[in-house]
Design a protein around this ligand. Structure first.
Ligand code: ZN
Length: 180
């Protein structure tokens, strides 16, 4: 297990075809003739695409809900609820499901906050949300949940670049200057 998705999925590290177990090689693929992983036996092209993460910034009485991660990446650091979109699942359903799994709270989405994309990173789609039910409960991925005011956001101990960007934008949208 590694924290670096690029290391896991770098070209050449996936060696066998998922369809026929033949050996994957590198070959140019039409129409752009970029090199892809191609099965020498059955011709299957193993495209590598970015993963998608869906998250929410739950809001209540001028505060937002942050979670402290108890696993890597970002162990001991703060972010908001989120996780990978399952295959076949909509991004909005994933955002609400991940929020419930990580916080015990049922939320409704109140709007798209923003989309964050970095080289070598999942695409991160963040919604604003209101709590509509549930009971605040930590989970195996988070050991602490806290409602914070904009002034209480722990800028020095945020987990990811997307966390910082999303929270800065959330604060800025409310007419208050971010602290860091
Ligand atoms: Zn094959």
């Amino acid at each position: 297990m590694t924290d670096d998705p690029l290391r896991v999925l770098a070209p050449g590290t996936i060696r066998f075809c998922p369809l026929c177990a033949g050996t994957l090689g590198r070959a140019p693929v039409p129409p752009d003739l970029r090199e892809q992983a191609v099965c020498a036996a059955c011709g299957f092209v193993f495209y590598l695409n970015p993963k998608v993460v869906a998250g929410t910034i739950p809001e209540q009485d001028g505060r937002i809900l942050l979670t402290r991660r108890s696993i890597n990446p970002g162990r001991g650091l703060w972010t908001f609820p989120g996780g990978f979109v399952d295959f076949g699942e909509s991004v909005t359903d994933a955002a609400m499901r991940e929020t419930f799994e990580e916080t015990g709270l049922k939320v409704e989405l109140t709007g798209l906050h923003n989309v964050y994309s970095y080289p070598g990173s999942p695409v991160i789609i963040v919604y604003r949300a209101n709590v509509v039910g549930g009971t605040l409960t930590a989970c195996p991925e988070n050991d602490l949940l806290e409602w914070v005011t904009p002034a209480e956001i722990p800028w020095d101990t945020l987990a990811f670049p997307s966390t910082r960007e999303a929270l800065r934008e959330w604060v800025a949208a409310r007419g208050q200057m971010p602290g860091g």
